[in-house]
Write a protein that binds this ligand. Structure first.
Ligand SMILES: CC(C)(COP(=O)(O)OP(=O)(O)OC[C@H]1O[C@@H](n2cnc3c(N)ncnc32)[C@H](O)[C@@H]1OP(=O)(O)O)[C@@H](O)C(=O)NCCC(=O)NCCS
Length: 158
C-alpha cells in the first residue's frame, strides 16, 4: 500500500540528547547500568521516529546491544539518533551512544544500537509513515544496510 504522505529526509529526524550520569544510574563501583543506557537508547530512537512519523510510536524490536566501554558516574552520555529506514508503518532508528568526560572533554563511542518502531494512529493501530529520503552517500549506504537488517528480523520472526 502506498502512502500519500510527503517523503522526509534523514536529516529531519536527527536528534541529539545528553544526560549527566548520577549515582542513582550506576552500581556501587560507579559503572552506569546497561539497563539505564538501554532506556535512554530506546527514548532517543523513539524521538527520531516520532519526528519522522509525526505520530506516537511503539518499539517493536531491539537488536542486540554490545557495550564496548564502561560509562561512569559524572560522565555525560550523548545519544545521537536518526531514522535509517522507513517501511509502510515501521521505521528503524540508529542510535549512537557516546560518553564524555565533561572536564577533560574526552569522548568515547560506547555502542551503536538499531531499533524498530511502529507508528500508531489515534486508535492505537499501525499507521503509514512518510517515505525516507536518503540524500548523502552515507545515508544511502545506511538505508541499504537497514533494509537488509529488517529482512533478517522479519525472517527470524517467522
Ligand atoms: C507494534 C505492534 C502494534 C505491531 O502490530 P503487528 O500486528 O505486529 O503489526 P504488523 O504485523 O502489521 O507489523 C507492523 C509493522 O511492524 C513490522 N514488524 C513487526 N514485527 C517486527 C519485528 N519483530 N521486527 C521488525 N519489524 C517488525 C512489520 O514488518 C510492519 O512493518 P511495515 O508496516 O513497515 O511493513 C504490536 O506488535 C505491538 O503492539 N507490540 C507491542 C509494542 C510495545 O508495547 N512496545 C514496548 C513499549 S513502547
Amino acid at each position: 500500500m502506498l502512502t500519500s504522505l510527503p517523503a522526509k529526509t534523514v536529516q529531519a529526524s536527527r536528534i541529539s540528547i545528553a544526560q549527566l550520569m548520577q549515582p542513582e544510574h550506576a552500581n556501587n563501583l560507579g559503572d552506569v547500568h546497561g539497563g539505564w543506557i538501554m532506556k535512554m537508547v530506546d527514548e532517543a530512537g523513539a524521538l527520531a521516529c516520532m519526528r519522522h512519523a509525526q505520530r506516537r510510536v511503539v518499539t517493536v524490536a531491539i537488536d542486540s546491544m554490545v557495550f564496548r566501554n564502561p560509562i561512569k558516574t559524572s560522565d555525560l552520555v550523548i545519544l545521537n539518533a536518526e531514522v535509517t529506514y522507513a517501511g509502510h508503518t515501521s521505521m528503524e532508528a540508529q542510535v549512537e551512544v557516546q560518553a564524555e568526560n565533561p572536564i577533560t572533554g574526552e569522548r568515547t563511542q560506547t555502542n551503536t544500537a538499531y531499533l524498530v518502531y511502529v507508528a500508531l494512529d489515534d486508535a492505537g493501530l499501525p499507521t503509514a509513515v512518510p517515505a525516507l529520503v536518503a540524500e548523502t552517500e552515507e545515508e544511502k549506504r545506511k538505508l541499504e544496510d537497514a533494509r537488509e537488517r529488517q529482512k533478517r528480523r522479519l525472517a527470524e520472526r517467522k
